[in-house]
Design a protein around this ligand. Structure first.
Ligand SMILES: [Zn+2]
Length: 469
């Protein structure tokens, strides 16, 4: 098993050797969506990154349990449901369906378990009870149960903050003027209005706070300690800090998660995505305009933890990069050279494989790995032009690209392998004749006929090249 993987850990602020707690088993939790609206490009970034990363870990021989929560109860859901005149439950179910549909369309297949918060109310109540018993929780009458951050000395260690400057954690459900510390967060909110969804508990009828659902779910599946916690950077504070406080206060064990991976922000044309600016891009819309493999390549060609910017021109670049890979593979697939395996090619292929994985081992550095790939494509293209790659070596190259694609999902192999029917080949010949006779209108008509049947003709210096659309 190749394994020299180093990964950047928010907890230490450094790249660290990746070593799971238990041999080759990896337990990973990623914050899932709050299902009150359609998923957008920012969600896509987080989930594509973790999908590719998990598939990469699997390629290294790890077995991975990838757990994701679904927040199906929260203030935003209640507010949106009220706006629309539906029940919070129905709204959450509808948007969970949309979310899973989008994830499927994006080829996100690595999640082992999606866990809905409302299916773990028992576990949530039990965690709140334990926090009570240990003196970390207190009650505000008619309001809720809160976590006292001054009791948890390590509070702020992930985000690099102190208890005192934790004030901006006051959000959503966490607001109350009677809290002991301004940064205290809600564990259980008592029922405020008759139509609010609520559950019975030993402290009173109500519903869970936001942070407690994650630890209740992760403890249920993994116990108090596990390998990786992932999400977007925006959740570091207070959400993840609160998770650490809850779980470590209950178990007395630290760290709750050994590695914390936070995906960088995504902007649209240099601006933060927001509904008020009107640059909010839903995944459903994007997937109508671009195939999933383009979106995946746009995301994975950048380093996972750095910010990226979406723009039309960025996607145009992606399109041409993906087409370059596909065009190369088409040539590789059709290579019929009878020449023997050349030893210098063997070296070139071996170096490509080694260096590609070497870059991934260094903090999953995909931009560097893809740079290695494009350098190889360019060298191999020159060899193909001179007919210097044997059929066997071409087969080896093709197989390696399949291996890469199992991790990243960036190549449309159906398009690469589309068989060109005889009638299309005939049409291309007819078009060539028209072109020779300078009958441009006729040659254009034939080109359109070819396109209608799902193929493109490109004129190169070596004559026309046909490929599937
Ligand atoms: Zn979360």
């Amino acid at each position: 098993m190749r394994n020299n993987l180093k990964i950047y850990n928010t907890l230490s602020g450094k790249k660290e050797q990746f070593k799971p707690i238990q041999g080759k088993k990896v337990k990973l939790f990623v914050c899932g969506p709050t299902v009150y609206d359609y998923s957008h490009l920012g969600h896509a970034r987080n989930y594509i990154i973790f999908d590719a990363f998990i598939k990469y870990l699997k390629s290294l021989g790890y077995s991975v349990f990838y757990l994701q929560n679904i927040t199906d109860l929260d203030d935003k859901i209640i507010a949106r449901a009220r706006e629309k005149g539906v029940s919070p439950k129905d709204l959450a179910i509808a948007f969970e369906k949309e979310y899973l549909k989008d994830m499927k369309a994006l080829g996100i297949t690595s999640v082992s378990k999606y866990a809905r918060a409302t299916d773990y109310i028992k576990q949530i109540i039990s965690q709140v009870q334990k926090l009570y018993k240990k003196g970390f929780a207190y009650q505000i009458e008619g309001d809720g149960v809160y976590f006292d951050i001054s009791k948890f000395k390590r509070y702020g260690k992930l985000a690099g903050r102190k208890v005192l400057d934790a004030e901006d954690s006051v959000s959503r459900i966490d607001y109350s003027k009677d809290k002991k510390n301004r940064g205290d967060f809600c564990l259980w909110k008592f029922k405020q209005e008759p139509l609010e969804p609520s559950w019975q508990s030993p402290f009173g009828e109500g519903r869970p706070g936001w942070h407690i659902e994650d630890t209740a779910i992760s403890e249920n599946f993994f116990g108090p300690q596990y390998d990786i916690h992932g999400a977007g950077r925006d959740l570091i504070f207070p959400h993840h800090e609160a998770e650490i406080a809850q779980m470590e206060a209950i178990s007395g064990k630290s760290p709750m998660a050994k590695y914390w991976m936070h995906v960088g922000f995504l902007t649209v044309n240099g601006q933060k995505m927001s509904k008020s600016i009107g640059n909010f891009i839903t995944l459903a819309d994007l997937l109508k305009r671009y195939p999933a493999n383009y979106l995946r390549f746009f995301i994975v060609k950048n380093l996972w933890r750095l910010p990226i910017d979406y723009s039309e021109s960025a996607l145009i670049e992606v399109k041409s990069a993906v087409e370059k890979i596909e065009e190369f593979l088409r040539k590789i697939k059709n290579q019929k050279s009878k020449i023997k395996n050349l030893s210098q090619n063997a070296k070139l292929i071996k170096n490509f494989k080694t260096n590609f994985y070497k870059e991934l081992e260094d903090d999953f550095n995909t931009p560097k790995a893809f740079a290695v790939m494009f350098e190889f494509i360019s060298k191999a293209n020159t060899l193909l032009d001179k007919n210097l790659i044997s059929k066997k070596q071409a087969g080896e190259i093709y197989k390696f690209f399949q291996e890469i694609d199992e991790i990243f999902g960036i190549i449309n192999f159906k398009k690469v392998n589309k068989i060109i029917p005889i009638e299309i080949k005939k049409l291309v010949k007819i078009r060539e004749l028209h072109r020779k006779n300078k009958e441009w209108q006729k040659s254009d008509e034939v080109r359109l006929q070819i396109e209608k049947q799902g193929f493109l003709v490109e004129d190169t210096k070596d004559g026309p090249v046909i490929r599937g659309i």
